[in-house]
Design a protein around this ligand. Structure first.
Ligand code: GDP
Ligand code: MG
Length: 436
């Protein structure tokens, strides 16, 4: 998917503005990409239409390439489509009753445990798990194993075949034993059928939960939409839990489900372990679906921090061969303003993994800054006068060595040359140097 997008956005590179023609080209690829991620056809089409309107209505910022602006529009729109904000769980009620629903194998039992563990640790709650899967004895055992693992009490009644009665007894048990959250794990079938819907609906009516969650396996793709719709028709649930997002599934189901039932996705499951639970962040999911790391926030941050006036001044200086160490210092400060170096590098797609083990700390600039501060004004504006004796003095003054001063001078010369070279095109030396 990301390859396709790259290709699509590549089309836009080099164009000074977004025109109807290259937008159409790009959107065709974006739509194809969404379809590949299992997004419903109609939804993908509506989506690209909205992006098109936005793209044509916006002026291209001078510091950004149109392709990047397009990425931003696509991403913002995608985030909006998936709900925009992070949604929590309604914790009202004493106790708070949370009902799990979903097909067999979707991950209800696992998620019940994860949620109990999450609430216990993060929100210092005292949850109780209730086993209402009466069809498979193993299902009850499974919940007990989970409960033991996370040290959360489990209520079950193995002889009882009435899930409504078990749920009610579980809630009574919670009240008696000081549990302030009750999580009801239910049975599911492999496909939607009337008996299952009736059963879950009966439980729902009897216990009136504060929160009804629909658990869905993100790998089921298009089917997930139909299942979600069937459950929502009966339960009018409050939120969706997207499980098994640890695989290479892109999670296009998130978009489709949200569009069809218009309910927020609240949590995601990212593994079999109890800790593999995460709050759903629409913006992160958009990144995942678009498969482009955090490139958008990098663009945004650069946009915020990069001072255009400074940039223009700098350009003139470079052109006139007046680029000096004071300007160099400003550049460093500019880069530092953009945030932690590691974070910045991590946001470049592909680089994150590669650079993970390499140690880059923000102190990397400290020596450089010290050296520049030890230079006289004359030396800064005209570095070519820095001879051996000046180097010695600067080294001493900055607490570094002549070698380090030499190295910086060398780097400075290279950088000046590079900047001059980049002058030819659109300028914006800094931004260009940062891309690629
Ligand atoms: P239930 O039938 O809805 O209760 O589903 P289970 O909780 O028993 O989960 C079915 C299978 O999916 C089990 O093997 C779980 O370990 C696995 N599972 C659940 N959630 C996740 C997840 O987020 N990631 C992965 N990789 N596996 C999961
Ligand atoms: Mg289960």
């Amino acid at each position: 998917l990301s390859e396709k997008l790259d290709k699509a956005l590549h089309v836009l590179k080099g164009h000074g503005s977004i025109t109807e023609v290259n937008v159409a080209e790009t959107l065709k690829e974006v739509r194809r990409a969404l379809l590949d991620a299992d997004v419903n056809f109609k939804i993908a089409k509506e989506f690209t239409n909205r992006v098109k309107e936005k793209a044509l209505g916006q002026n291209v910022l001078t510091t950004l390439q149109p392709g990047q602006l397009m990425v931003k529009i696509v991403k913002d729109e995608l985030t909006e489509l998936m709900g925009g904000d992070v949604e929590g769980i309604n914790m009202s009620g004493t106790p708070t009753i949370i009902l799990m629903s979903g097909l067999q194998g979707s991950g209800k039992t696992t998620f019940s445990g994860k949620l109990a563990n999450f609430l216990k640790t993060k929100k210092t709650k005292k949850p109780l798990l209730v086993a209402c899967d009466v069809y498979r004895p193993a299902a009850v055992d499974q919940l007990h194993v989970v409960g033991d693992q996370i040290k959360v009490d489990v209520y079950s009644d193995k002889g009882n075949t009435d899930p409504v009665a078990i749920a009610q007894a579980g809630i009574a048990h919670a009240k008696q034993n000081g549990h302030n959250v009750v999580i009801i794990d239910t049975a599911g079938r492999l496909a939607v059928d009337e008996a299952m819907m009736k059963e879950i609906s009966n439980i729902h009516k009897a216990i009136q939960p504060q929160e009804t969650l629909f658990v869905v396996d993100s790998m089921t793709g298009q089917d997930a939409v139909n299942t979600a719709k069937a459950f929502n028709d009966v339960l009018n649930f409050d939120g969706v839990i997207l499980t098994k997002l640890d695989g290479d599934t892109r999670g296009g189901a998130a978009i489709s489900i949200k569009s069809v039932v218009n309910k927020p996705i609240k949590f995601i499951g990212t593994g079999e372990k109890m800790e593999a639970i995460d709050v759903f962040y629409p913006s992160r999911m958009a990144d995942r679906i678009l498969g482009m790391g955090d490139v958008v926030s990098l663009v945004e941050r650069a946009q915020e921090q990069f001072d255009e006036v400074e940039a223009r001044k700098l350009q003139k200086k470079i052109a006139k061969n007046q680029f000096g160490f004071d300007d160099f210092l400003k550049q460093i400060q500019q880069i530092k303003k953009m945030g932690n170096m590691k974070d910045l590098i991590g946001m470049i797609p592909g680089a994150g993994k590669m650079m993970k083990d390499i140690d880059i700390d923000d102190d990397a600039f400290k020596g450089i800054e010290a050296i520049i501060h030890s230079m006289t004004v004359k030396e800064r504006t005209n570095p070519s006068i820095i001879d051996a004796s000046r180097k010695k003095r600067i080294g001493k003054g900055s607490g570094t060595s002549v070698q380090e001063v030499n190295q910086l001078l060398k780097q400075f010369n290279q950088m000046s040359k590079m900047m001059k070279m980049m002058q030819g095109g659109k300028g914006k030396a800094m931004m260009n140097a940062m891309k690629n």
